[in-house]
Design a protein around this ligand. Structure first.
Ligand code: FAD
Length: 510
């Protein structure tokens, strides 16, 4: 990693989370002669870059890596950060909150809106749940969605039957199946949650981070360079075409620019660059969420298995898929996999307690949006964001119904921990969608087309959950990596064609 930037490359990628890494990987595989510069605002935490922080040996080292991901005001291992109001805002290791502008007067806002700033992005901290979208979650205008999802599973090394031999996996599945399976299509019945996990050469089962998405093909690609601590300030656009970026004060010219900078900072960078289509920042949706915890009924109490940097199967991760009739995504996770601390730290973990999370799809509104100031800047010198976000009557009805569903699951599984499910503050899902959404036509309700290229700006692509146009309730990363695969293939085929036509790949881009 170096801060001496090239004057020009074929492709600039902004952001090193799972979707930015997917672009680098597909381009390395399909257009290996193309020069690629990936700029990441945050620091590199691991070698190889982008490894999941939970795979780092030693609690202190994990904590240090989380802290380095928390932006300019880290909170891990210290007093809660200066913006903290833990009751509503949920400080989570490895993430940092939007300091202000997260709730307009009279609106629900997104008090728990968070991001990660490090090589690997949130993908170095995530839980790896990779369900496929179903029924109304799917994008009807993408006929090849299943093939793209297959490819995303390859890049993320998704295991569809993880922790299969764990002591209580079958028990959890069968209790949930008795409660939920009636009337469901076979692929939408209760099943193990596909997880992005993999076995290291030493046999340990560990979490997949963007290091796995990059893979050796990207790391060994002499034409690929990752630049950490290099925030991109602007995409350069000339005559309706992206021609490069301004990064840390320096211009880097490029034939293609991919912005994969999360659902807040992707529209922010476009706005800063003067790319402001009507749908930019709009249709923002976070998955309204309720959580609960249960001690499994009639099972032997577990020994205190202390997990280090390895996943120990206990009750696994169960999945109650979304359907149009039951429009909720349900997941039941062994305790150490739950992204929300649900019980005291003294409980054996993974133990016999499971964490339940039920997510709803948002009732989409164009008025739910991230807006940006034209005269004020944030701590990074970028246009200051403000959130406008309201739960509708339909959202409140969905949450009430989700509460009934999570109680049904809890009764099926065991004894309640606590009196009733918790309703988390908006933003807690960490799944923010829609702010540069994809659409089949440039009709003002979308920012990019089916290949993720921004309408009206040739060569500018967007990536991340922000591209997903449907209000999906399931964990979105598999889907956003699938959409990134389509965009990367589109760029790769143009590069290969240009190369065949005699244009010098890696040459000047005047
Ligand atoms: P990110 O991973 O957010 O990466 C964006 C990157 O862009 C960041 O590194 C950021 O620093 C960088 N960036 C921003 N602005 C700039 C700039 N101007 N210049 C350069 N770089 C910039 N999802 C699931 O699907 N399943 C789960 O089980 C799951 N569990 C989660 C648990 C936790 C604790 C967390 C934190 C997240 C979880 N998620 C989960 C969400 C998942 O991590 C995200 O959906 C995924 O990481 C999004 O990938 P991305 O590439 O779009 O963005």
């Amino acid at each position: 990693m170096t801060r001496t930037f090239p004057d020009s490359v074929d492709v600039v990628v902004v952001g090193s989370g799972p979707t930015g890494a997917a672009y680098a990987r597909i381009l390395s595989e399909r257009a290996p002669a193309a020069t690629i510069a990936l700029f990441e605002a945050g620091p590199a935490l691991t070698d190889p870059p982008g490894m999941h922080v939970k795979n780092i040996a030693g609690f202190a080292a994990q904590r240090a890596a989380q802290r380095r991901s928390e932006g300019l005001h880290p909170h891990t291992d210290g007093e809660p950060g200066q913006y903290a109001d833990p009751a509503r805002r949920i400080l989570r290791p490895g993430t940092h909150l939007l300091p202000e502008g997260y709730q307009a007067p009279g609106e629900d806002g997104l008090p728990a809106l968070a991001m990660s700033t490090n090589v690997g992005g949130m993908g170095a901290h995530w839980t790896g749940a990779c369900p496929r979208p179903g029924d109304g979650e799917r994008m009807g205008f993408l006929p090849d969605l299943d093939e793209l999802l297959d490819e995303a599973e390859r890049l993320l090394e998704v295991d569809r039957h993880p922790l299969a031999g764990a002591p209580y996996t079958d028990l959890v599945r069968s209790r949930l199946a008795d409660a939920f399976d009636a009337g469901r299509a076979p692929d939408r019945r209760v099943q193990p949650m596909p997880l992005a996990v993999h076995r290291r050469p030493d046999g340990a089962l560990v979490w997949t981070g963007p290091d796995i998405v990059f893979g050796d093909v990207t790391r060994n690609n002499p034409n690929f360079t990752l630049y950490a601590e290099s925030p991109v300030q602007r995409v350069l656009v000339e005559d309706g075409r992206a021609v490069g970026v301004l990064v840390a004060g320096q211009e880097v010219r490029a034939r293609f620019v991919v912005v994969a900078a999360d659902a807040l900072r992707t529209p922010q960078l476009l706005f800063a660059s003067g790319v402001r289509p009507p749908a930019l920042g709009r249709y923002l949706n976070d998955q309204p969420q309720t959580v609960f915890a249960v001690r499994l009924r009639d099972v032997a109490s577990a020994a205190d298995v202390t997990t280090g940097a390895e996943i120990i199967g206990q009750s696994g991760v169960g999945w109650v898929p979304y359907t149009d009739e039951h429009p909720f995504h349900g997941q039941v996770m062994q305790l150490d996999a739950s992204p929300i601390p649900l019980v005291s730290e003294d409980e054996p973990s993974p133990g016999t307690i499971v964490g339940l999370g039920w997510f709803c799809g948002k009732d989409l509104q164009a008025s739910d949006r991230i807006a940006f100031s034209t005269d004020e800047v944030d701590d990074y010198g970028m246009p200051k964001p403000s959130i406008h976000y309201t739960l509708t009557a339909r959202d409140r009805a969905s949450l009430a119904a989700a509460r009934e569903q999570i109680l049904r699951a809890a009764r099926a599984l065991g004894e309640f921990i606590g009196d009733e499910p918790l309703l988390l503050a908006p933003g807690a899902s960490l799944h923010y969608q829609g702010t540069t959404r994809m659409g089949p036509a440039d009709d003002g309700t979308s920012v990019c087309g089916p290949n993720s290229e921004v309408w009206g700006v040739t060569g500018l692509y967007v990536a991340g959950n922000n591209v997903i146009p449907t209000p999906i309730a399931c964990n979105p990363t598999l889907t956003s990596v699938a959409l990134a695969v389509a965009g990367a293939r589109d760029i790769a085929s143009q590069l290969v064609l240009q190369s065949a036509a005699g244009a010098a790949i890696g040459g000047d881009h005047a």
